[in-house]
Design a protein around this ligand. Sequence first.
Ligand SMILES: Nc1ncnc2c1ncn2[C@@H]1O[C@H](COP(=O)(O)OP(=O)(O)O)[C@@H](O)[C@H]1O
Ligand SMILES: [Mg+2]
Length: 484
Amino acid sequence: MAGEGFGVSPQRETPPDHRQDQREGQREDQRASQREDRDRVRIGDLVAVVRSDAMHKLLGMVERVARHNAAVLVTGETGTGKEMIARAIHQYSLRCNRPFVDVNCAALPDNLAESELFGHEKGAFSSADSQKPGLFEMANHGTLFLDEIGELDAKVQVKLLRVLDGVPYYRLGGSRKVTVDVRIVAATNLNLDEAVHDGRFRSDLYHRLNQFQLRVPPLRERHDDIAALAEFLLEQNLPGGQFSPAAMEVLIRAPWKGNVRELRNVLLKAVMHLESGRAEVRPADLLPFLGPHKHAPAAAGAGVAPQPFQGSLGDLERQAIFEALAKTGGDRDETARQLGISRRTLTRKLQRYEREDAANPGLGRINTDQQRYFRVAVHIPADLQLDTGVRIAAEINNVSIGGVALCSQETLNYGAKVQLCFGLNKTTSITTSAEVVWVEGKRVGLRFTALSATARRDLGRWLLQKAQSEGWDIGLAATETATV
Ligand SMILES: Nc1ncnc2c1ncn2[C@@H]1O[C@H](COP(=O)(O)OP(=O)(O)O)[C@@H](O)[C@H]1O
Ligand SMILES: [Mg+2]
């Protein structure tokens, strides 16, 4: 018999279609582990699980703002990962080897907030039996994370604003001025626009903190992250465990008002209650912990009042569909049957909801001050012409409304005046005079000195498009008028 006596390994003896299956299996394992690598981002000691396009985009924006010293306001519902984003800003910045100090403003009693932030001298108040540096001093050269900034006492808001403006301050009871170099990242789950409007938060402080705003989307807007986080958390708490498809559907459709924090708690409880030896998590293991108020019909359906409907007819339909899905444990055929619609209609509607969620606008906002520094990294060929008529080829590496950084084939001198010409796309090119404002070998910074109104508008529009494609909300009018 062919092959006999050749000491074939058991693996080679397996029938061909089996081997095919094995290879497929290995490839699937490989794909899964590559996907996991992409899904997990190390932020200092933490692992962030990030699979959705929105969060990858947000991390890209984090890298961009990290390079600045400007204040960043991180907004988003509770448990979305704002603190994680704040840590990422620090980790990706040049301050990463310096301290990251975090303080929860909501936990600071009003009478201690000032001394905690700015320190006190011995005897400054009755219990001050020794001198204490404040959190600002502890964060010197690093990052101070002011969590739940919306809760900060009004008196401290005034002092904070002055310190953020670079004014030296005194420790409580002190007479020596303290100056610090601290980068501020603040976070809030409140709507600070509203708090300012109602007079609960100082508008000047809000604008000072809001140089860049990053919005962390709620978990229900990022289904891919729900799946990735759930897999990650299960792997940590039940190695080898997995979700049945219906259980995953339940997780994906839950409203997650408490976001990642709630997801983690639900999974911990579900795993704790799982009978020993069972590795598959099913809808029935999750539903008791999702809470009757969130999954009313799903919790056995007995006698629980439905949630009051709010919003448009479309919202009402959407809510009915999700509730029916939860009730059937994610069984689409059964859900469609109960709703009296075809399975195709159900799938179409679910796809539309997914698209609507993904298209949710605005992950970040840049305030007008910062807009003029907005630079886009590019590789655009440029043509330079010196006063002497000599022409030099160059490549532009970044562009803002005020100038460009480029790599020139010839050395240029500081202060040199040139005519610069480059194309933004096939139909639009920019020609302007410019001046060399910095030189680092062949890398040169040019400031535009006479950008025409048309060129300014074209460049402004182009920058706006680039900014929007990165996820930033940026006003065209502001871009058009900004100068360096
Ligand atoms: N993308 C993520 N990957 C892993 N864990 C996350 C992620 N986002 C949030 N978490 C975890 O969820 C919990 C809540 O996050 P946190 O940053 O404290 O939220 P927030 O500050 O918005 O309330 C923390 O334990 C955090 O580590
Ligand atoms: Mg927090």
